[in-house]
Design a protein around this ligand. Structure first.
Ligand SMILES: [Fe+2]
Length: 390
């Protein structure tokens, strides 16, 4: 079952009180939901693409128990509103990079193929792989339609069900990187499929290890380290995927400096798909809500990736990633390290964590965090802290 967040009535904007000011926003992550907040959209549970059951209705006041329930269902957040209206700050709608229907189709297809692998890898056949390849083609074509646009990666986090959502997020980011690198259409299809399937070998790792809320023992980590080979060897043996796809699955945990696994490859000996997926995989994993740890902010995750370029990651891939993603989409509201709140106005190429912003308290003042010298000490700490009116 896929759990999802949806709106029927087209309300894409809600008003949130941010340190005494009201601004337009879009989405409150699960770890920032508080009792008393009011849902602005219905939350549905999906059985399949067409069948859904309402979980909570728009207008519902959240209680501790409801928030706990959302946690139980791994829902990553909700659209929230307040009844207060003061100064409205105009903002753009935050859009998920692919359409809702495609996302649902992708998640259901992924769930089927991952479960087949779990129930006995031999159940996976050419038909199920073709179905997943079709999803990859639709993702590529969807992202290609708007090739100039940056991917609003904050919005990749709207949905739940970690394994499938993670694979879909990694696939979208990988395709975006591939587009930036100028890969051909067929290569993009293969890359998208490779990323959708990159962690399928994890289905053979005991769930007690995968979801262990503490550091793994050496023995447990050795079991986890088998997942790239488990997945890749299966597809290779049964001729279900081509060489590039199998290599990408096998090498998505290799590191540029040779300290990764399973083979300790380094530099360009790591196949291109492996180098691309490793960046997308680490970004998506670091910023995801997990039951046992706080997610990194986009700034922290991107700083980690920038700091690891040339060490864990290929610098060329990191540059393509930085030029193609927007962790703080235009129109989103962010908290700065000096305590002020600002709206994102424009992105800076290659430095997505230092965009051009407008202070909420001084809407006439634009600040370029990348090129303006007097603001070099200011950093974006996170999508802003949100509180409801008492
Ligand atoms: Fe993995």
């Amino acid at each position: 079952m896929i759990y999802n967040n949806n709106s029927k009535h087209g309300k894409n904007i809600f008003k949130l009180n941010v340190k005494g000011m009201v601004c337009d926003m879009a989405f409150v992550p699960i770890n920032k939901l508080k009792p008393g907040m009011i849902l602005d959209r219905d939350i549905y549970l999906y059985n399949n693409v067409t069948s859904k059951v309402m979980m909570l209705r728009s207008g519902q006041v959240l209680s501790e128990a409801y928030i706990e329930r959302l946690h139980e269902f791994d829902i990553l957040g909700a659209y929230i509103r307040t009844n207060e209206e003061r100064t409205r700050i105009p903002s753009l709608k935050l859009r998920y990079p692919i359409k809702k229907e495609l996302r649902q189709e992708a998640l259901l297809s992924l769930k089927q193929v991952y479960k087949m692998f779990n129930q006995g890898a031999q159940r996976i056949n050419v038909r199920s792989i073709n179905q997943t390849m079709n999803i990859s083609k639709k993702l590529v074509n969807s992202l290609k339609c708007n090739v100039e646009a940056k991917i609003s990666i904050a919005n990749l986090k709207l949905y739940d069900d970690y394994t499938y959502n993670h694979s879909l997020g990694v696939s979208i980011l990988s395709i975006a990187i591939g587009l930036e690198l100028g890969l051909k259409t067929q290569e993009l299809y293969d890359l998208g499929l490779c990323a959708l399937l990159h962690d399928i070998g994890k289905m053979a790792v005991p769930i007690s290890i995968i979801s262990k809320p503490a550091k793994l023992t050496e023995e447990e980590f050795n079991i986890v380290k088998q997942h790239p080979s488990n997945g890749a060897l299966f597809f290779l043996k049964h001729h279900l995927a081509n060489k590039s796809i199998c290599e990408g699955i096998l090498t998505h945990h290799e590191k540029y400096d040779g300290t990764g696994y399973p083979r300790g490859l380094s530099g360009e000996d790591i196949p291109l798909f492996g180098r691309i997926i490793s960046v997308a995989d680490v970004y998506d994993a670091l910023t995801s809500v997990r039951p046992y740890r706080k997610p990194s902010t986009p700034t922290e995750a991107i700083e980690y990736i920038m700091g690891s370029s040339g060490i864990a990651f290929d610098l060329k891939i990191v540059k393509a990633f930085l030029n193609k993603v927007a962790p703080y989409p235009i129109g989103s509201c962010v908290k700065l390290s000096n305590g002020e709140v600002a709206i994102i106005v424009k992105q800076n190429d290659f430095n997505p964590i230092r965009p051009i912003i407008r202070l909420l308290k001084k809407p006439d003042v634009l600040m370029d965090l990348c090129f303006q010298r007097d603001v070099q000490n200011i950093v974006i700490e996170d999508i802003c802290t949100i509180t409801t009116e008492p």
